[in-house]
Each structure stands twice: as C-alpha cells, then as structure tokens.
Design a protein around this ligand. Structure first.
Ligand code: SF4
Length: 629
C-alpha cells in the first residue's frame, strides 16, 4: 500500500463525457511526487506541441502532492497547470485553502482534464467516484451564487468547490480559478482554460484519510510549528501579507504609478494596519495551518457591499489595485478585490492592466471615448473599480484589457506598448527588481512569465552568516548579499533559493509556512516527507525533484518556441526610479546580461541557447525529454 498518495489519478474526457482512473505506479510518484513536477510530466507527454491554449486539445491538470492533506502547516497547496492562454508558454498557478486536501481525502492524487464539453458542466468527485454533471443553470453566475447552488444541489455545505467564474467563461486571458471563493490559482489564465472546456467547477468531498507511513513521525512537524510560528521575524498572523505595503514603501520599492515610483504618498491608507483598524472582519487560514495569514474584510456603505466570504486583499492586490493605480482608497481596493473573486480574475494582471490604461489615458493615447466615458486617471478609485467589472464582463473597453496588456497595447497602438510592462506576455507583479535584484532573475527567467514566487526575495539573503543558524544555511547559503548586489554571489543565492521554492511547488507546500519565511524548517519538512511516505529520502533527493521540475518547464517553453531572448525585463526597470529612498536606481542593462549568463551556467544550461545541456538532462534522469521536445 502506498503512503502519501493513492496511486490514483482521475482522468476526465469532457468531449466524450467520460471519466476513468489511472494508476501511474510508485516510480512516477517518487520521481515527480506531485504539484508542478507531476503536472509537467503529463503535459510534456500528452499535450501536442503548438496546441492552441483555448482549444479542446489543451490539457488542464489539478495536482496536489504527497504531503497535501497531512498534518503540517502549509500542506494545503495544489498546482493547476496547462499551456497558458496569456503567454503561450507553460502556465501554472498554486492555491491553498481546503480543496487540495479534500481531493486527497476523496481518494485522488490529481485530475487530468481533456476535451471540451458540448454544454456547461461541473465535476463532482466524492470518495473514489466522479461524475460529470450539468452546469447550464450555473453559467454566467458569480462565484458566490455558484457555490451556493452546488451546495444546495448536493445537500452538503462541506463540499469544497474550485471554480472559474464569468471571466473564465468569457475567456479573459488572465482568468483565475478560485476555491472557497477566496483562495486563488491566480496567474497565467488557468481559469480561461477551464472556461474554454465549458467546465465551470470541480466539487469535491472526501472522508478518507491520507495514508501515512509513520503517524507519530508525521506529527512532529505540526508540533514544531505550534511552538515556533509566532517567534518568526516575519510573522504573518498579525497583519498578514498586507504588512508588506508599508515595509516596501519605506524601502522605496512599493510599485507605484505603473512602475515610475517606489514610494506612494497614500501607502498608509492601504496598509495592513489600516485594514486591521477599519474593514477587517476576521482572520482566516488554510487547512491545518496555525499561521493563519488570511484576512476577511466586510463592510457596507453607500458605494460598496463587501462580504467576508470572499476573503480580503493580499499584499499583491493592495499594491496592484492600490499604489500601482495611485489609489489610496482601501474600501475601493476591497471592492475591486471582491469583483475579481466574484468573476475569477487574477488581481495582479487586472491591476497592472488598469494602470497601463491609466498611463495611456494620461498621455492622450486613450480618451473618454475609448474608455466608455470613464475618466481613467491615476488615483481615480471609482474608475478603477468600474474597470475591474468591465474586464470581468468583457464589456466595452474592458474587452480590450481582458486580452492582457501585450495584446491590448497592440490593439490600441499609438505607442501604447511603452506603458505595457510584461514578461513573456504576463503582467509584472508587485515587486521592484531595482531594489532587490534577485527578483530581476526571477521575473526574467520564470517559465510562466513575470513571477514573484520563483525564489525567496533578496532581504532573506542579508542575514546569512558563516556560523549558520539561518533557515537557509542547510543549503550551504552562509554569506550575506546586499539586495542591490548583482555579482555571481547573488546568482548562487538565487539558484539555491529557487530550488527551495520549486520544491514547495512539487510537494504542495506553502512558501509562507516554510523556511525561510515560515516556521517549518527544511530539515523538519524533509523528515515529514519521509514520515508520510515511508521513503528513506533526503534533501538531496527532494532538490533533485525540484530541479527536474524547473528543467521540464524550460523544455516545455523551448518546445513552444521560447528562447533565451524571452528572458528579459520590461524597459522601465532599466530606467531610474523616480522617487523614494531608491530614487535613481535602475537595473543596468549590460550587467543584467552578465547576470543572466552566470545564471544559465550555474543551472547547467548552455549560455548561448539558454537550454539545459545534455549532461544536465542526464543528471536529472530527463533524457526522455529529447524525444518530446
Ligand atoms: S501560511 Fe497563510 S497562505 Fe500559507 S497555508 Fe498558512 S494560512 Fe494559508
């Protein structure tokens, strides 16, 4: 009997209206474990090269992992992956909550979805069984309405529901997938892929226990977290990720005014403290996590009605709908956040798209005639909220922004592309590499386009010391580096940090709950994997899985025509910041090219092509990629 997994993957062919169960075998689980790595294994094997991301042939995969659903803080994560309709590259997004653990309790390790249903449907998965049910009555409805309707139909409010929303149905290219109305697989447009298949939701209920090899051993990690989580320097239980608004503002790197500025006058009005003092209804958490970094906001006034069940804005949302659009109206940001969750849109791409349009408007490229009569100026909170809704409905000018800023700039013309800050077509998230250079590597080289969760951010490298004791010293990261450093030292730290976060995506771990941000140290995590699975495993083996995942993602993109010329930063990041503590700082273009070259070499990738060498493929037991790429 396997431990940590069931050896059961659910397949759904929506064209045929059929489901089946596959048993991949122990070797697949040990080599790929789950999450992003397992998803890439299947995508590379089964997704034909050049598939239109919004066609029935795209393959959509939901993958928890070997520790999902076991008792460990942060062990709630699952990956959704497919070819991205936003970038054309590898698409992937992770979410926490309870849905992933529930899928494991229902007896499945992953779901592979192919085809397109002739009519709207939802998948109902319960204790080893699955059925495809009619969802015609749910089509066009907001996420809250759909959740209520499915709970009513199934007669059980404990059913966990992951769904896309009206934005996914309308193929907004950055539509996301939301579970429990608040936990988002946010980036790369996985909700649009779901919508393109006429699949509105996946409802899950399970009563089985995830099989664990060593019950006592598997309890150790949670004991450690209970005793230590409030001692963390970056403890998120008080203010959650919104605490970052003021920290980054004081550091001069709070993305503001479409990346012109690093400091926002209105930062305190959209801060974690302001949220706590005004609109916070209660805090929230994910499965088995004492960190409880989630927020719920609720209020009703003459402008907005915001409900706690949609959660509350995280840091990324406060910045993208707030400082990036120069909006310092917290209630408007909360309303924009709720609209995103009701329609299922990535809040980062939504905010960046609106800020892009605001800059076009301020420079006369767009007028009120183009924007449906809306005065789309920086700082106009009502305009921001109105535009969020228009994007979700693909209504008027919202239809253009729903395409993502790369395509929107092409449609608008008149030089709009200089205000469209994206990488591989994905909108840049709310971190400024001009003040933390590791993020420059993260953004440029991420297989999913601009991505802030490739590796721990540079401040985590400032406290390293040769005596160890730091959460990352176990990786041999012993010497500090300045956030502005662009030497090979930073490449070394980024390389190892990237392995750590890639590992989390492979084993279903939340990066806020584990080292270096959270209370689960790497050694404890490794012991937990061993206790759950019964494998005599090691960090060496786990990092091999993590690197395998990074290389498979690189191979996926290479197959789709991406080259090292797609590893770039938007031009604005090579220009000086215009205000704040780091005014004048920029990423030097030539030094960045050197930085990239050193990174490729450190990865074992050919610096001329940016593709993994044959030796690297052999080292990771990935020579089979030569047959599929
Ligand atoms: S740290 Fe926060 S996001 Fe991560 S699992 Fe815990 S509550 Fe969820």
């Amino acid at each position: 009997m396997p431990f940590g997994y069931h050896n059961k993957i659910l397949r759904a062919d929506l064209t045929e209206g059929k489901t089946s169960i596959e048993e991949p075998g122990d070797l697949v689980y040990r080599k790929y474990m789950g999450g992003s790595s397992l998803a890439l294994y299947y995508l590379l094997a089964e997704l034909p090269k050049g598939t239109d991301p919004l066609s029935p042939d795209n393959v959509l995969i939901f993958a928890p992992s070997i520790i999902t659903g076991t008792q460990i803080a942060g062990g709630s994560r699952y990956t959704v992956a497919a070819r991205s309709p936003l970038t054309g590259a590898y698409g992937e997004a992770e979410a926490g909550g309870w849905w992933g653990p529930e899928l494991k309790r229902a007896g499945f390790d992953a779901i592979i979805i192919k085809g397109k249903s002739p009519k709207p449907v939802y998948l109902w998965i319960h204790d080893g069984e699955a059925e495809i049910r009619d969802a015609s009555q749910l089509w066009g409805k907001l996420t809250g309405e759909v959740q209520d309707a499915i709970h009513g139909e199934l007669g059980d409010t404990k059913v966990r529901i992951a769904q896309t929303g009206p934005a996914g149905e309308k193929l907004v290219r950055y539509a996301c997938i939301i579970n429990e109305l608040r936990h988002a697989n946010g980036r790369t447009g996985m909700g649009a892929v779901m919508g393109s298949k006429n699949l509105r939701a996946i409802a899950v209920r399970g009563t089985q226990k995830v099989p664990v090899a060593d019950e006592d051993g598997a309890k150790q990690a949670q004991r450690h977290v209970r005793e230590n989580h409030t001692k963390q320097p970056g403890d998120l239980s008080d203010l959650g990720t919104p605490r970052l608004v003021e920290i980054l503002n004081e550091s001069g790197i709070l993305p503001t005014r479409n990346f012109h500025d690093g400091e926002f006058d209105g930062a305190s009005n959209i801060s974690g403290k302001k949220m706590k003092d005004t609109v916070l209804a209660k805090t929230g958490t994910c499965y088995a996590c004492p960190v409880a970094c989630k927020r719920e906001v609720a209020f009703e006034d003459d402008r907005f009605k915001v409900e706690g069940r949609y959660g509350g804005p995280e840091y990324e949302t406060l910045a993208s709908l707030g400082s990036f659009c120069c909006v310092d109206d917290l209630k408007a940001v909360c309303a924009g956040h709720q609209l995103c969750n009701e329609h299922c849109m990535d809040t980062i791409s939504t905010g960046v798209a609106i800020a892009f349009a605001m800059e076009c408007y301020e420079n006369g490229i767009l007028t009120k005639e183009d924007t449906d009569g809306i005065e789309l100026a920086f700082g106009n909170a009502d305009a921001m909220v109105a535009m969020v809704e228009k994007i979700g409905k693909r209504e008027g000018f919202g239809d253009i922004l729903a395409e993502g800023i790369q395509r929107a700039a092409e449609k608008i013309g008149k030089g709009a592309e200089k205000y469209a800050h994206h990488i591989k077509g994905q909108e840049v998230p709310m971190h400024d590499p001009r003040g933390k250079t590791g993020s420059a590597l993260s953004f440029a080289t991420s297989p999913t386009g601009a991505d802030h969760v490739e590796a721990p951010h540079d401040p985590f490298y400032t406290g390293l010391n040769p005596k160890g004791g730091e959460p990352l010293s176990l990786m041999g990261m012993l010497e500090p580096a300045d956030p502005l450093d662009m030497s090979p030292k930073k490449v070394e730290l980024f390389y190892h940090g990237q392995l750590v976060w890639s590992l989390y995506n492979c084993i279903g771990m939340c990066n806020f709950a584990a080292a270096p941000l959270g209370p689960v140290p790497l050694r404890v995590l490794c012991d937990h994997v061993a206790a759950v699975t019964g494998w005599d495993t090691s960090l060496f083996e786990l990092f091999k899985v993590a690197e395998r995942s990074s290389v498979m993602a690189r191979a996926f993109n290479y197959r789709e025509g991406f080259t090292k010329s797609d590893d770039y930063l938007p031009k604005i990041l090579h220009r000086p910041l215009e205000n704040g503590k780091l005014k004048g700082h920029k990423i030097d273009t030539e030094r960045f090219q050197e930085f990239l070259k050193t990174y490729y070499e450190a990865m074992g990738w050919n610096p001329e092509t940016g593709y993994p060498t044959r030796g690297k493929l052999a080292q990771l037991d990935l020579l089979w990629l030569e047959d599929v790429v």
